[in-house]
Design a protein around this ligand. Sequence first.
Ligand SMILES: [Cu+2]
Length: 166
Amino acid sequence: MFKNLSIFAVLFAALVVAGCGGGGDQAEAPAPAQEEAAADTAAEGIVIEANDQLQFSVKEFTVAAGEEVTVTLHNVGTLPKETFGHNFVILTAGADLEAFATEAMGNSANEYLPTDMSNVLAHTALLGPDEEDTITFMAPTEPGEYEFLCTFPGHYGTMRGVMIVE
Ligand SMILES: [Cu+2]
């Protein structure tokens, strides 16, 4: 009688363990939803915020050579466009950023873009508080570093960064 009880206990324990194992497999189900979220993020492109503290929220980003690039600049500052506007201007390889900025800041009539645009790969409009602009352009086919800046007078010292093409 005592011996039979022991066998029953062992069988019962085995059943409980098997039951728990089966339940554990179901926890891995939601994986496909995560892949979808990653694809959506890539489709939105690069989002950069510009603020009253003379900062871009993104100072470096990487794209593939020859691919279509989408950049959205959002001015999250509160200061007026006339005295504290922001833009995003990306330059061609090897362009002299300081010389470009010096020439651009003198051209207020053209939203601080120079007359000679040969060194400009792409640019947004000059933005006031809570304005945003989205631009789409083709990344150069030549791998390297391409500098970007805000050309509003006095901003390029801190409002600058690099797009890496690889
Ligand atoms: Cu600026």
